[in-house]
Write a protein that binds this ligand. Structure first.
Ligand code: ADP
Length: 260
């Protein structure tokens, strides 16, 4: 198939996992990890699935902070790492294995080696779904991860800002080149509703991700507003779907979980 990137890659098949989905963004800082975390917890709590969360963002792992992970994974009798469980989700992140600063300078081959350890070297047990928090961008690392993990699909996160949407479209193209279906696009930081006067401000523009989804025939998975509770939940290691499960935002994450 023209435009398809090489298919002769060694895959990192992990036994016992039904589906692996990626949460991706073309650009950093748009809320990819926040989405991955809230989605994984929603899949476990609302959809009653057995869920894992793999933090493939080797250079900037956020999962330990956002999921309040402590310590290092223990080893099983077969010398595999046992994922650290938090809020009903089995988590694995580079941030739990090495000092944050150590991995920052790693180059491609080391990143792939680390990823191999964090997939096949882990006793994941039986999972219905493994959510992968991808590194931001559309380069070699993302392509290898997509191919080697045999992804069932990818969810794209973008803000409504043009520059983020442009990168999101690049992400869509990359996944289609490696034959990974796009599950849809979720708009994050869609608007801010002032808690004092209730006025809604479209800080990063309005409706951009919905239009991008329409233009490229993708499903639009909804809007997540800019909210203090989402940010503080991430920083405190208590995702908003845990701290405030009945909020509109938690409902929105639950809706995404049911649709993916
Ligand atoms: P990425 O993984 O794309 O780099 P993160 O998920 O780490 O982005 O989010 C970047 C920052 O923005 C974090 O501090 C996070 O808490 C915050 N954030 C993400 N989404 C929202 C939101 N909807 N409202 C408020 N803060 C958010």
């Amino acid at each position: 198939q023209s435009g398809r990137i090489g298919s002769n890659v060694q895959n990192l098949e992990i036994e016992g996992i039904k589906d692996i989905i990626a949460v991706a963004s073309g650009k950093g800082g748009v809320g990819k990890s926040t989405t991955a975390v809230n989605l994984a917890v929603s899949l476990a709590k609302k959809c009653q699935l057995r869920v894992g969360l793999l933090d493939a963002d080797i250079h900037g792992p956020s999962v330990p902070l956002m999921m309040k992970l402590h310590g290092k994974p223990e080893l099983s009798a077969e010398k595999k790492m046992i994922p650290i469980e938090s809020y009903g989700v089995k988590c694995m992140s580079m941030g739990s294995l090495v000092d944050q600063d150590a991995a920052i300078v790693w180059r491609g081959p080391m990143v792939m080696k680390a990823l191999e350890q964090m997939t096949r070297g882990v006793d994941w047990g039986f999972l219905d779904i493994l959510v992968v928090d991808m590194p931001p961008g559309t380069g070699d690392a993302q392509i290898s991860i997509s191919q080697r993990l045999q992804l069932s699909g990818a969810l794209i996160v973008s803000t409504p800002q043009d520059v983020a949407l442009m990168d999101a479209r690049r992400g869509v193209k990359m996944f289609s080149q490696v034959n990974v279906p796009i599950l849809g696009i979720l708009e994050n930081m869609s608007y801010f509703k002032c808690p004092k006067c209730s006025e809604t401000s479209y800080i990063f523009g309005k409706g951009g991700a919905c239009k991008t989804a329409e233009d490229s025939g993708m499903e639009f998975l909804g809007e997540i507003p800019l909210e203090v509770g989402i940010r503080s939940g991430s920083d405190e290691g208590i995702p908003i779907v845990v701290s405030n499960p009945d909020s509109a935002v938690s409902e929105a994450y639950s809706d995404v979980a049911h649709r993916v």
